[in-house]
Design a protein around this ligand. Structure first.
Ligand SMILES: *[C@@H]1O[C@H](CO)[C@@H](O)[C@H](O)[C@H]1NC(C)=O
Length: 319
């Protein structure tokens, strides 16, 4: 694999290679969870006539007010457009701090800094998107928690199961008489994948916008955009609960999963790209009101990126 790119330096080819292998593995795993039954869902029992699982069946996910197609399109399009717009704006307005020196990866090749930044932000974003999918799918398959409409989809024959009271617990694996596909999907509830994906996407975009947009005149745009995105992401979870597709706990766990992955990727992974650069200037002591309590993301300007970000702009947005 390294030999494929003889014109690039060894360590850079190795880095590219490892990234590609990890990325391919992640995508493959996400595919197996999503479209195959390689990992069968855990079959949980249920209480007869359990009220928390007896909500009416709302129809397949496609008939939802927020269908998966819409969620997936927004989750792909919004961050991509935001990052492209942000990077192009920063590049052409030559705002300080977002300029990186062109690195020489080989004798011949200069890697365009604009392209490199875009690939870095989008690459880490899509890696996180697949990771979130895997986390959500793995959680659903391992726990096998049922959706609120589970009993309507399962349609157990209570006479045949001998249900007398609602204290009786049914572990019979063939208790369900409903459509097996619908029953299988009604067993996948915790955590909510749609909630996780939309919150991941929103938090990543918001952190990108908050930390990287540094152009003057964005003082009001940044908080407006951020709050709008977060509200839309929350709304996805609310609709899931309102349509009896998930319990609140599933949605909250989804929010947490997505949010945690986004925060981790932005603060730890994107930040680490700095280490391949010449030794940075000594960092300033962290200030209590700093945005993340961490040094800046992916900004080569080590001078005082936090100074400008968490100072007047945050206050200007709040007021
Ligand atoms: C439920 O089970 C009972 C007893 O096995 C059977 O007589 C009845 O027809 C079943 N009902 C349905 C709707 O399948």
């Amino acid at each position: 694999c390294v030999l494929l790119y003889p014109s690039l330096s060894f360590s850079f080819s190795l880095f590219l290679c490892v990234s590609l292998v990890i990325m391919a593995g992640t995508v493959l795993l996400a595919y197996y969870f999503e479209y195959t039954d390689t990992f069968p869902v855990h079959v949980q029992g249920f209480f007869c006539y359990d009220k928390s699982f007896s909500k009416p069946y709302p129809g397949p996910d496609e008939t939802s007010k927020v269908p998966p197609v819409l969620v997936y399109s927004l989750v792909t399009a919004v961050p991509t457009i935001t990052i492209l717009a942000g990077e192009l704006m920063a590049f052409f307005m030559k705002s300080e701090g977002t300029q990186e020196k062109t690195i020489v990866t080989a004798d011949c090749c200069y890697f365009n800094p604009l392209l490199r930044r875009i690939i870095r932000f989008l690459g880490v974003y899509s890696f996180g998107l697949f990771t979130t999918t895997i986390f959500a799918n793995a959680g659903q398959v391992v726990t096998g928690n049922q959706t609120p409409h589970f009993l309507s989809a399962c349609r157990p024959n209570y006479t045949a199961l001998g249900c007398q009271s609602n204290l009786q617990y049914i572990t019979e694996r063939r208790a369900c008489t409903g459509n097996p596909l619908i029953v299988a999907s009604a067993r996948k509830s915790f955590p909510s994948k749609d909630a996780a994906l939309s919150v991941y996407s929103a938090v990543y975009t918001v952190m990108y916008v908050t930390l990287v947009f540094r152009t003057k005149g964005t003082r009001l745009t940044k908080p407006t955009l951020s709050l709008t995105l977060l509200c839309l992401a929350m709304l996805v979870g609310v609709v899931r609960v309102a349509e009896y597709r998930n319990h609140w706990a599933d949605v909250l766990a989804g929010y947490f999963t997505g949010g945690a992955i986004a925060v981790f990727l932005v603060t730890c992974v994107i930040n680490n790209f700095q280490q391949t650069k010449p030794p940075p200037l000594p960092l300033r002591p962290q200030r209590p009101e700093s945005v993340l309590g961490m040094p800046m993301v992916a900004l080569p300007c080590v001078e005082s990126p936090l100074e400008k970000l968490s100072g007047p702009q945050v206050r200007g947005g709040g007021g």
